[in-house]
Design a protein around this ligand. Structure first.
Ligand SMILES: CC(C)(COP(=O)(O)OP(=O)(O)OC[C@H]1O[C@@H](n2cnc3c(N)ncnc32)[C@H](O)[C@@H]1OP(=O)(O)O)[C@@H](O)C(=O)NCCC(=O)NCCS
Length: 174
């Protein structure tokens, strides 16, 4: 069963092997870039960001989730609690990625589905997800979860076009 959890120290080994698998490829979503030599410190940092503690300048509270299957982290998502002008253009509410050896099995669809549920619990009724147009797998995952393409545009920060999707969701109780 695929369970969405908040970071805990028990998954240190699995987290380290996830990062090893990523090798030199881009780590996405952004919390995968954080220093993790001191693993308990990483877990504290992630859970603090969710509470709005230790935010960088201009940052917003952000919850990191791990999707766990049989004791292994198979996917990571990041949920921003609110938008700024910059995030509306570049980051969106949710970023997600799947462990390379677990890709191609529908895990990202489930990861986004469960993260959208968490967004609903935060009272976010319209989730914004932004991805590069060339990232076909990502756009399929977003569309499969009800994403409606709202616009496509170029930004100086990336060479390709960005796609901006909106996903309306229920904001009922947990
Ligand atoms: C994008 C990503 C999360 C997809 O994860 P995944 O678990 O393999 O995705 P799924 O198995 O749920 O597949 C989703 C769809 O993408 C398709 N797909 C998967 N890999 C693909 C590829 N390389 N090229 C084209 N389509 C692909 C699948 O066939 C499926 O399409 P379908 O719904 O028509 O069957 C994963 O490739 C990843 O982690 N990439 C790096 C990080 C990233 O790009 N994140 C998204 C940023 S917005």
């Amino acid at each position: 069963m695929l369970s969405l959890i908040k970071p805990t120290v028990e998954y240190e080994e699995s987290y380290r092997s996830y990062i090893r698998e990523l090798g030199d490829s881009e780590r996405y979503p952004f919390p995968l870039d954080f220093e993790f030599d001191d693993f308990p410190e990483l877990v504290t940092r992630l859970n603090n960001l969710s509470l709005g503690i230790g935010l960088p300048d201009g940052g917003v509270p952000n919850t990191t989730f791990w999707l766990v299957d049989n004791g292994e982290i198979v996917g990571v998502s990041s949920l921003r609690h609110r938008m700024t002008d910059r995030l509306e253009r570049l980051g969106g509410h949710i970023g997600f990625g799947v462990r390379p050896s677990a890709q191609g099995r529908g895990i990202a669809k489930e990861l986004l589905k469960q993260t959208l549920r968490e967004a609903g619990h935060l009272g976010i009724s319209e989730v914004l997800v932004i991805c590069l147009k060339e990232n076909i797998a990502s756009s399929r995952v977003i569309r499969a979860n009800g994403g409606r393409l709202e616009s496509e545009y170029a930004v100086p920060e990336y060479s390709g076009l960005l796609q901006r999707y909106v996903i309306p969701i229920d904001t009922g109780p947990a």
